[in-house]
Unconditional design. Structure first.
Length: 416
């Protein structure tokens, strides 16, 4: 097939949106001829290096930006969103010209992956696939009390932005014209159905390259003691690290003479919520058992990861969750909330998914999971081995690419 992709963010060797854009394009190009609309100012150099290294890929890149505001994407917040919107308008005209020249069998929007942003390529005369996109996840109101005033304002603005996006007639047109819509989570799928999309499937956007899965799988096992719980990510209110710390303190109080009594909690990352988290550690009197390592280079993060036994990832609205995949690929079990992307990735065979009814209930159940994993080494090993196998079988980019190709072929066949 001849496929046109919209990938505002696209760069090899990256995670997040840029990594999704590149990996989807590369996997589809293994079996089809793919044209990619993207920006020149972030990943072009890395893309050209990869194309020279893999000349057999059927990939064609078309670069453009907003000519009078080239760096708008760097400013963040509303400026980035406006830049993206204007870029999408240019993408329509670029795609229209390419459609005349090439005649695409299918058009797909990949990044940015937010369901409340439109894709004007849906207006072109070809079957349109929307996604995978996310963003329909919300922190349950029962947890907002932990956020502080600033965090609550951020959540309110995010809720308002989504509401306004859903009222955008071009977003609704994107939904209506989607032959297939792919949502990263069930929460997003529900929002997309409300917009009028008739065919929605839950398809995670994240994956790991096979080489990275193999490298993570070769990480050495940590020493038997002390048991180390690790959280990795930006220290923001919605990441839920405050829940992990409270649960850790509770588990320590009930530890008695067990492995949990000697356990440690490592936090890797920095962000706006760090001062509140450090104050909470002092309040809980667990300063001797908690270490904030700050933001580390990738190589140092992997070293710390290798010294950890369990990932604690209590995020309250996370569409993706790469760190869950990385820790599982390294053979470590995961404790997460039964929300968003991590809830799609983690199973009962690979970790603990904690219901998110309210903060007190979540803390209690996270603490119980910590005690079990600290005191039951056989359970840790069983879950870790299952996690390693599960990532290899399900969340490597080759498998994700095969899934996307199969879904696309179904769309084209249905249209025929």
């Amino acid at each position: 097939m001849k496929i046109l992709l919209s990938a505002y963010a696209c760069e090899p060797g990256k995670g997040s949106e840029s990594g999704i854009g590149w990996n989807v394009a590369r996997e589809l190009a293994k079996t089809h001829e793919v044209w990619v609309l993207t920006r020149p100012d972030e990943g072009r150099e890395a893309i050209e290096v990869e194309l020279k290294a893999q000349p057999d890929l059927n990939l064609h890149f078309v670069y453009f930006t907003v000519p009078f505001w080239e760096k708008g994407w760097q400013q963040g917040g509303g400026s980035m969103q406006l830049h993206y919107y204007l870029w999408q308008i240019r993408a329509y005209f670029a795609g229209k010209q390419l459609q005349r020249e090439v005649g695409f069998d299918l058009i797909q929007h990949v990044t940015l992956g937010r369901y409340w942003y439109p894709s004007f390529l849906a207006l072109l005369p070809a079957p349109f696939v929307w996604g995978p996109v996310g963003g329909g996840e919300s922190a349950p109101r029962a947890f907002w009390g932990d956020f502080g005033l600033k965090g609550q304002i951020v959540e309110s603005i995010r809720t308002l932005a989504r509401w306004l996006g859903e009222k955008d007639p071009f977003v609704r047109l994107t939904a209506a014209r989607s032959t297939l819509a792919m949502a990263t989570t069930e929460e997003t799928a529900q929002r997309m159905r409300c917009l009028g999309t008739s065919n929605v499937k839950v398809v995670p956007a994240v994956g790991l390259p096979e080489a990275e899965i193999e490298a993570l799988g070769r990480l050495s096992s940590p020493p038997a003691e002390p048991i180390r719980f690790i959280s990795i990510g930006r220290l923001l209110h919605w990441k839920g690290f405050q829940l992990g710390l409270r649960a850790f303190a509770q588990a320590k109080r009930s530890a008695g003479n067990t492995a949990m009594a000697k356990a440690e909690y490592w936090i890797i990352g920095d962000g706006q919520h760090q001062n509140r988290l450090e104050a909470l550690v002092r309040e809980l009197e667990i300063e001797n058992d908690v270490c904030f390592w700050g933001a580390l280079p990738r190589s140092e993060t992997l070293k710390k990861l290798a010294e950890g036994h369990v990932l604690v990832h209590p995020s309250l609205h996370d569409s993706g969750g790469w760190v869950c995949l990385e820790m599982m690929a390294a053979g470590r079990p995961v404790i997460c909330l039964d929300l968003g992307g991590p809830a799609v990735q983690v199973t009962a065979e690979t970790g603990f998914k904690i219901p998110a009814q309210d903060a007190e209930q979540a803390v209690n159940e996270i603490a119980q999971a910590m005690v079990r994993l600290a005191n039951e080494p056989d359970l840790r090993q069983q879950l870790g081995e299952a996690a390693k196998a599960y990532i290899k079988q399900t969340f490597n980019w080759q498998k994700r690419g095969e899934l996307l190709v199969g879904l696309q072929q179904t769309v084209v066949n249905a249209g025929s």
